[in-house]
Design a protein around this ligand. Structure first.
Ligand code: SAM
Ligand code: SF4
Length: 469
């Protein structure tokens, strides 16, 4: 049973918000307090940080990217790979000098890393300048925890180990003005043997479809052009809930909201991606024809050892079906190289799958053992140098494949969203998630445009702006 945080319970946070606001008015009567929030990891963390910033804004905080000038420095952390965790340890460690110079600064760490008991303990014992530590299941209690850390004279750590909660009604301060993240579910039940996510994010739980639709309607009314529905495995949306809306049903409902916007979603687990889902995408004109479908490995023995619960052939069959009903669909994927015990021949199955499918792009990772997961205990005879060489080989193959894919677009006109301004050009994203650079006025960021693709080099294309909508 999902634990719902009631409106009454959330209301209890309001007096703490007010107390934090007053605390800072007393401490700094001339200017509002500043928060520096750093986010690591996936879009779910980005969405959580947007809620944390929403609560901070309510408490009177302004925001800064410069840690040295902040009154509160908060790290929202990622535990998926060791490299991400090491970066956090290093970057938090570097804050010691700021704390020494300005003891009134509060340093806080939250998110997936501290949901691991050994990591919470490490912050507690070895990082005494960190004043507040809180896990993924108590974000809604942030005002109260912050108030305790600011005024209680003691460090605060709150990382309950539970199955997870749903808390509706937390204010959101969005980072973007035309692209929005919209969580539809939290947690994961899949327990892939390498992955720490189910251990730190709790069990799968879905938000109510009406609440999601209301949030989507508000985003469209506010002018957002792209809404990305988020979940660790969106295809499990609605499982075990009484409302009877599954992911395909939710897509149809969001698609029916009037307005000119695109729906994207991530991530999909191949074991739950069905032909019916692709039929729905084909029928929903606002749903992007891009699908992020992580395959992780092209070899059946490795897939089984990963507990992915599909075979190479089942994955390829899905791709074939999708291309039959949506001819212009594009795929991206995640791949793990050097899973414990993977042989050269098994790795070659990954290479051949990449060749067979033709992805737009890949996110490739070397296996990183995570404490508490079964794969971390498996025998792993392949040295890191070999795994690194395999990763480079895979990346080189993907670059070649991407270049071939993009070459086909040269000379065509494409609709794209003008996303970011950089060094004299704008980067625009096509429906298939690939990027085209155009020389254009930065004021056009956030608009759809038609772009003529002039040339293509590995992962990026250059084009000419034809028409802005
Ligand atoms: N739920 C999503 C899914 O199943 O595809 C993604 C979750 S995870 C945050 C994103 C990616 O990180 C995974 O698809 C996987 O490729 C990679 N990953 C997860 N655990 C890993 C590990 N222990 N070592 C290396 N890569 C890992
Ligand atoms: Fe991790 Fe697998 Fe769940 Fe994705 S589906 S979050 S890889 S356990």
């Amino acid at each position: 049973m999902t634990k719902m945080i009631t409106a009454e319970e959330l209301k209890k946070q309001r007096p703490y918000s007010e107390k934090v606001r007053r605390h800072y008015i007393q401490q700094k009567p001339d200017s509002p307090p500043l928060a520096c929030v750093r986010t690591y990891g996936c879009q779910q963390n980005v969405a959580d940080s947007e809620r944390i910033k929403g609560m901070l804004a309510e408490m009177g905080f302004g925001f800064t990217d410069i840690a040295e000038e902040a009154d509160l420095i908060l790290f929202n952390t990622c535990a998926v790979r060791e490299h991400a965790s090491d970066r956090v340890f290093g970057n938090v460690g570097a804050l010691k000098t700021i704390k020494r110079r300005r003891p009134e600064v509060l340093i806080a760490v939250c998110g997936c890393m501290v949901q691991q008991p050994h990591v919470a303990e490490k912050f507690w014992k070895s990082y005494p300048f960190v004043g507040l530590v809180f896990g993924t299941h108590v974000i809604h209690q942030f005002p109260q925890l912050l108030y305790r850390a600011l005024t209680g004279g003691k460090r605060v750590s709150e990382t309950p180990q539970e199955d997870g909660v749903i808390a509706e009604g937390i204010p959101v301060k969005r980072d973007g003005t035309f692209k929005a993240w919209l969580p539809i579910m939290y947690g994961c039940n899949n327990f892939c043997t390498y992955c720490v996510v189910p251990h730190v994010r709790g069990r799968e739980r879905s938000r109510d479809p009406e609440i999601i639709l209301n949030e989507a309607r508000q985003l469209v009314a506010a002018g957002y052009k792209e809404i990305t529905l988020l979940g660790q495995n969106v295809n499990s949306y609605g499982k075990g809930e009484s409302h009877g809306v599954d992911f395909a049903g939710l897509l149809r409902l969001v698609n029916a909201i009037p307005g000119d916007f695109t729906i994207r979603f991530m991530t999909s687990h191949p074991k739950d991606a069905t032909p019916a889902l692709f039929d729905t995408i084909a029928a929903c004109e606002k749903v992007s024809h891009h699908f992020h479908l992580p395959f992780q490995s092209g070899n059946d023995r490795v897939l089984q050892a990963m507990n992915r619960r599909y075979t190479r052939e089942q994955y390829l069959e899905l791709i074939r079906y999708a291309r039959q009903v949506i001819p212009d669909i594009s795929f991206t994927s995640d791949v793990i190289v050097g899973f414990p015990g993977e042989t050269r021949e098994e790795f070659e199955d990954t290479l051949s799958l990449v060749k067979e499918v033709g992805f737009t792009s890949l996110f490739t990772f070397i296996f990183s053992p995570r404490r508490g997961t079964p794969a971390a205990e498996m025998e792993d005879p392949i040295p890191l140098e070999t795994k690194t060489a395999w990763l480079q080989e895979l990346n080189a193959l993907q670059e070649e494949m991407s270049a071939k894919r993009l070459a086909v677009l040269v000379g065509t006109k494409q609709r794209a969203l003008l996303e970011t301004a950089a060094d004299g050009y704008l980067e625009a994203r096509l429906a298939d998630n690939s990027i085209v650079r155009v020389v254009a006025d930065p004021a056009l960021v956030g608009r759809y445009a038609t772009i003529h693709v002039d040339d293509a080099r590995s992962w990026v294309m250059h084009g000419t702006l034809c028409e802005v909508e």
